[in-house]
Design a protein around this ligand. Sequence first.
Ligand code: ZN
Length: 435
Amino acid sequence: MDKLPTTQALTCKLKLLLTKEQAEAVHSTALAYRNALNHASAVAFANGKMSQGMKLQTLVYQDLREKFGLPSQMACNAPRQVAAAYKTLWERDKSNAAHKAKGWTKRRYKGLDKAPKFTAMTVTLNHRRDWALGKEQTVSIGTLQGRIRCRYEGWNRHLEWLEHTLDHGITLGAAKLWQDPVSKAWYLLVSVEKALNTKATDNITTVKGVDLNRRNIAVESNTLGKCRFYHGGHQRHLAERAASTRSALQAKGTRGAKAVLRKLALRERRLNADTAHCVGKAIAEPHAMVGLEWLKDIRDRTERRHSKKASVKRRKANRKVSSWSFAEVQAKTAYKTRLSGGVPIWVDADYTSKTCPICGHIGRENRPNNGLLFVCAKCGHTLHADLVASRNISMRTLLVRQVWARTGRLSAVPETSGNEAKAARLQKYAELRWS
Ligand SMILES: [Zn+2]
């Protein structure tokens, strides 16, 4: 049984206002920490690409203390961080093997061919031991040269939370020192847990579904028939322009071109984060259950095709698929929904754009020429295909809501353990009718 989460993890980004000496102390600490990470990474690699933090710690702790001069907390954090990075690489390796078996890709995963190199200037800090909030918007941070205390800036809402942690149900956690690679300014990225408004989620009054796709960023519709499109016209224009610049630079392949590419990648990441933020913010509302698609099989659904013969149109479509981060939009939507007092859930993504919401008829033929329009082959129901998908999602969400109300059990994500359970769910979906 899944219980509703009572807290939401998030990050407060604080810009540190450092004196020249303080900045130097922070810089040398970050440099030592980065060297320590790369040392631990080499050791982990030499020992079977190890992903167990404690084991790696026993191997490198002494060296990190003596050769790299790290205080004991950091000498524990570094191997833990490296082990976690290896764990992620192993997971990717595993999913690559699965994708290869399914014929989705022919490429072999190369992430574990050599020890991953840590290039970013970041330091993980434990709350109270290595960092702490002070009075009057100040923070103290442990460096290799001793503790420093400085003022910080940030979003007004975050500043308010940090000023009155108790009033806002904020619990402080670990923090990361981070240097912006472009502006060279130092930031403290503070992980916090925020208590959620459980009173709002006890009383759900709206149920809606959100469809993500490559034409629009998102289409939302609630079970009362209201709908909203998030076209992201401007964002899409920027993403497409970035994609064409990228391919031109890749073709050039010079050192200078590569440097510009790296900058471009950062900018694209910011653009994606910004897009996800805007969409998530617009969708989130209190007392709402927000249904999202379980996109673990997204590649299946978007029908990517890789072949030399792929048409220009096809390649352009593929690029649009990869330039949107569905996962990021979903994650931001879920997190903002929780923060505003709603409940995000995930439903199966199967046939959401091929099922008629009026008569239940399922089939490819409901999408003549794979076009924008949904035309039911059985009852003739005609509607924008993305709207059909979001209506189907909202009906599946309503189903989850009803089961929750009836049994007191909420399945926030579809149970993936058995094919039988899924077949039963698909059967139930097929009986849903839009009214
Ligand atoms: Zn129909």
